[in-house]
Design a protein around this ligand. Sequence first.
Ligand SMILES: NC(=O)c1ccc[n+]([C@@H]2O[C@H](COP(=O)([O-])OP(=O)(O)OC[C@H]3O[C@@H](n4cnc5c(N)ncnc54)[C@H](OP(=O)(O)O)[C@@H]3O)[C@@H](O)[C@H]2O)c1
Length: 243
Amino acid sequence: MKVLILGASGATGKQVVMQMIKRGISTRIVVRESAYLPREIIDASNVEIIKGSITEFSSEKLKELVKDCTAVVSCLGHNITFNGMFGKPRLLVYSTVKRICEAIEEKGGGKVKLVLMSTTAFTNTHIGEKNTTGEKIIFSLLKVLLPPHLDNMRVASFLIEKIGKDNPEIEWAAVRPDGLINEDEVSRYNVSEFILRSPISNPGQTSRINVGHFMAELLTDNKLWDKWKYKTPVIYNEKQKEK
Ligand SMILES: NC(=O)c1ccc[n+]([C@@H]2O[C@H](COP(=O)([O-])OP(=O)(O)OC[C@H]3O[C@@H](n4cnc5c(N)ncnc54)[C@H](OP(=O)(O)O)[C@@H]3O)[C@@H](O)[C@H]2O)c1
């Protein structure tokens, strides 16, 4: 098994890479020239580091990246700076995941597992999730005012509606953490098919290391994959810290 990780220099992406290193899984990561990576990742013998900006890679280069991979993880997200939120590329995650899917389809040769870092701000209406009136108003405003929110909505919808369940080359899962926090150790966490608390009025917590752990489990435990493929699992830390 070989896993390609996008957004590997991010706070969650690094956690996914560390989980791969722990499991001895052959991993290819793409990071920008400016990215900071810890020594454990740079020195890991099972990690191949490709430098460059994924949004500027040609279709040929993307095909080369996925060529020998049986799984892809996207932990891409907009930097929390004015430029990251409002500058280009506005649909960073959607357009990259779409292009990666095209590369996987062109490559052919068997199913690739794709795991997307999504968010509880994505309401999966396809499984009957609904927003309250207040949430509807806030999410509609965010869609217009906050490009990263629109990006997150677009990419999750793309997997559900365009890739779907019958794609001969791609199986996918969109993992939805709630409010991200940093913790040093993996702790107990719960995974649910549905959002259990309002991300607006009663947000929960999910540690990035737990997201990394769950993504790695998804890719290495076939039963777990079969349970969550084509779904949008929501992950919460079991113990919620006092706010
Ligand atoms: N904050 C929350 O509570 C929350 C909750 C649920 C879901 N989420 C989602 O999860 C995502 C990941 O969270 P995180 O905290 O791990 O994010 P992060 O630390 O900001 O990581 C984002 C990753 O995307 C890369 N990236 C950003 N802009 C790029 C560009 N133009 N071209 C190529 N790569 C680019 C970054 O690369 P560099 O290192 O080079 O910048 C980094 O690797 C968020 O962005 C959000 O959509 C967030």
